[in-house]
Design a protein around this ligand. Structure first.
Ligand SMILES: *Cc1c(COP(=O)(O)O)cnc(C)c1O
Length: 405
């Protein structure tokens, strides 16, 4: 524990006055000029730090050769939060939040981008392409800019303006496809083949699954080398879910655990092709997505086969949530846990209550909710229910305003 032993005050004339009692310095009317001092010496240096290499910590289970990593952004090693107020509010004593909002661009896509670009850098690839409803595109644009690789990005024409600005700001080449996401996806695949670009598309490039599975390894380590009972995951195309299961399956194969967690997959009410396929035991019927949650607005998921197999193997199930429930989940996560999510990022938490009601989750179980994307990238969906009060600069006004609220 750090111990402040004295304090200094910088005088108007540049001289430094020392106070043995730091509190005295603070009360000396020297606001803005007080600095704390410690009993400096080598023993105050931190102990040898852990490797601090995030996702690369699991390189033995990643398809990457030895040697130094070239990708310049820090990736993985996101917190697993034990949110006390949310545990109390929900009555779930062993609820955890895996916080994937804290990555270079605030979504779980950054893991996949990192491994794809690491591979591209090692192979001397010049151009990487993808199609995306938003987060993959931002992730690739930013990662490619940092790595010095050209990014060519296909987005649906109705892409979020805020996310589009981010892609352009960092120098991404963006093509808006009028016919929507599915068409953008097909076009990007064809273009990559025709023009010899490296295709980052999730579900096509297996490195994306490999990278995303590391989140399971982290959860296991963060729970003291135990697997949780349940992991709740938002599902769009599905690789996030499949990668999570692959990670836990590999932990089993390595003898680190003897079971998989149950998976609860959460789709938007306005876009639930996987739920329909699961419930009716049939192949996926494409739908037109109608949801604010762009991260999971995938009407024709190409990773469906893996998702349905993994769901079956995990013994879990699906729930659907409304846009309104996601907006409410954003408010709750923010107000109880200091976590600012976007609609798709809050979908798993929104799915918790319906999953409890459906008997997919028990209240005493160890539950990990996957929070996959930040709300700061598109503030449009941060919709508070309270208002601020305007005051004049007078104490009475403050009193009156506080009584009013
Ligand atoms: C991509 C994404 C998901 C879901 O990912 P899939 O692998 O396509 O199922 C969930 N949340 C956010 C914020 C995303 O960006």
């Amino acid at each position: 524990m750090g111990k402040v032993t004295s304090a200094t005050v910088l005088q108007e004339n540049g001289a430094v006055e020392r106070y043995d009692d730091p509190a005295q310095a603070l009360s000396a009317g020297a606001e803005g000029r007080v600095e704390f001092c410690y009993p400096y010496g080598p023993d105050l240096m931190p102990p040898e730090a852990p490797t601090g290499d995030g996702m690369w910590r699991y390189r033995a289970l990643l398809p990457i050769e030895g040697g130094d990593f070239l990708y310049p952004l820090a990736i993985g090693g996101t917190p697993l939060l034990a949110p006390p107020r949310l545990r109390e509010a929900t009555g779930l004593p062993r609820l955890w939040l895996k916080d994937e909002t804290r990555t270079p661009t605030g979504s779980n896509k950054d893991r996949a981008t990192a491994l794809v670009l690491e591979n591209a850098l090692r192979k001397g690839v010049r151009t990487v392409s993808c199609a995306s409803t938003g987060n993959v595109a931002v992730s690739l644009a930013v990662g490619a800019a940092a790595a010095g690789v050209k990014a060519i990005i296909f987005v649906p024409a109705e892409v979020s303006e805020a996310k589009l600005k981010l892609m352009l700001l960092v120098g991404g080449t963006v093509l808006k496809v009028r016919e929507g996401y599915e068409a953008a996806f097909e076009l990007s695949r064809r273009a990559a083949r025709a023009f010899g670009w490296y295709d980052r598309n999730t579900g096509v490039n297996p490195l994306t699954l490999e990278a995303k599975k590391t989140v399971a390894f982290e959860i296991w380590e963060q729970l003291g080398r135990e697997v949780p009972d349940v992991v709740v995951i938002p599902v769009g195309d599905g690789p996030t879910l499949s990668a999570m299961v692959k990670g836990f399956r590999e932990l089993m194969a390595c003898g680190a655990t003897d079971r998989l967690p149950r998976i609860v997959g959460v789709q938007a009410e306005g876009c639930q092709p996987l739920i329909k396929a699961w419930e009716n035991a049939q192949s996926v019927q494409p739908v037109h997505p109608e949801t604010i949650a762009d991260g999971i607005a995938v009407g024709a998921p190409i990773s469906a086969a893996l998702v349905l197999r993994d769901m079956c193997e995990s013994g879990g199930g699906f729930v659907a949530v409304s846009d309104e429930a996601m907006l409410e989940a954003i408010r709750t996560l923010g107000a109880t846990s200091g976590l600012l999510a976007e609609p798709a990022g809050a979908a798993a938490f929104a799915g918790l209550e319906p999953a409890l009601e459906a008997g997919l989750i028990g209240r005493d179980e160890t539950i990990v909710v996957h929070v996959t994307g930040t709300g700061l990238k598109n503030p449009r969906y941060l919709q508070p229910k309270s208002r601020s009060t305007e005051v004049s600069a007078a104490l009475e006004e403050v009193e009156r305003a506080l009584k009013m609220t």
